[in-house]
Design a protein around this ligand. Sequence first.
Ligand code: ATP
Length: 206
Amino acid sequence: MRIAFFGGTFDPPHRGHIAIARAAAERFSLDKVLFAPTGKQPLKSTAPGASYEDRLAMLQLAIAGESLFETSTIDAPRPDGTPNYTVDTLSRLNHELSIESGAERKIFCIVGADSFLDLRQWRQPELLLELAEWLVVSRPGFALEDLSPLKLSPLQHTHVHLLRGIAVDVSATHLREALRNGQNVDPDLAPGVGDYIRQHHLYTSH
Ligand code: ATP
């Protein structure tokens, strides 16, 4: 079983998320991709525009019909309000899956180039690189050519797999801004998400 964890704020989920998960699933013959919205992202200073429940509901709509994709609540908000650290999540996932499927499983972590280039700011980067195979997807504006600032050892490099040639120029930040300005951004949202946003009056300026 080849399972990928795909964490993010998904505020809102957009076609970039779906595109990179599809590309990773195809290129690395994944059996399952777990889309896990994060309760509290440690490196983001502002709170999400939509609640955890709304982000989870939008994700469920976004991946409807994709047989390899599932949502996961492994990164739900913590009762004490502390951030969700990926190192804790991957450790837990490793533990849970080793009970379920024994040694016959491999864990991957899907991440965009912008996030991976910040790896040194994440909690316990060395352990993170041991806990999963990292599938790093290109993103417009972020160069994957030079990973030297990350100071990866040769062994760590073997756990990092680059997916170049994916260039989806969409970000949730821009979508939230456009929605606040009343623009229709449906073509950049995963299907069903635009209707959900309108029905629940999300990302409005008032
Ligand atoms: P925001 O603009 O609010 O920071 P975002 O568009 O980056 O949001 P996130 O939910 O924070 O979306 O991203 C989750 C993961 O998906 C991250 O690893 C991010 O790098 C990756 N990702 C998001 N959009 C893209 C994209 N267009 N191309 C490649 N990777 C992406």
